[in-house]
Write a protein that binds this ligand. Sequence first.
Ligand code: HEM
Length: 203
Amino acid sequence: MYYNRLSETSPFNLFYRFLQAYPAPASLNYSWNFGVLALFCLIIQLLTGIFLTMHYIPHVDYAFISVEHIMRDVVDGWLIRHLHANGATAFFVCLTVHQYRALYYGQPESSDSLGLAGNLMFAILIIIAFMGYVLPWGQMSYWGATVITNLLSVIPFGFGHCCLALIGWLCYWASYVKSFFKFTYCVTFCFSYFSSTSFCSFT
Ligand code: HEM
């Protein structure tokens, strides 16, 4: 029993099930690559994000200057930042093609919940990208943050009010950047967990 469980989860078995016995549809074409490309984008975002974090300062007074420091003084900092900013766009392109491919070619009925999880992950990614966009704390970040957080205030039964309180109150900008930074960090790692379960459900 123990041996069976072990052999089922062994790396070789995973390799065999994924590369040899993977039930591929007859209509398989290049658009199927976008799932793994999305995973590649996630890895790039995580790695570049960690390097940016080493020099980024999550404080309203220093956020913008620290990003400028990354661009001008840090060796290859400009490259890491551009990889991160453009990696976010590439991530959305890959996920959109990945989802449209699933809609266009159809999915097995058994994977309905997987489609639902995919939509949920897409929504979470929009939140992560929005929070990342706020971090440099330039003019665009400021107005983006103002518009989007004001949207929350329309949620009835005091829920919007609670969301604003959680973010750190609109008037108290000092905690704002810090909260967004913490949220980006935590939510991205939850997102990575979600996507790994989605990936493993296919292997
Ligand atoms: C799915 C994953 C992620 C997405 C889509 C994402 C997206 C973004 C975006 C759009 C920006 C603004 C880029 C700019 O205009 O400069 C940004 C900035 C930033 N992100 Fe992420 N991010 C992700 C993961 C992470 C992770 C895991 C970390 C930290 C470990 C991180 C740390 C940062 C930092 C420090 C900045 C501010 C520096 C800068 O603006 O270049 N990000 N992120």
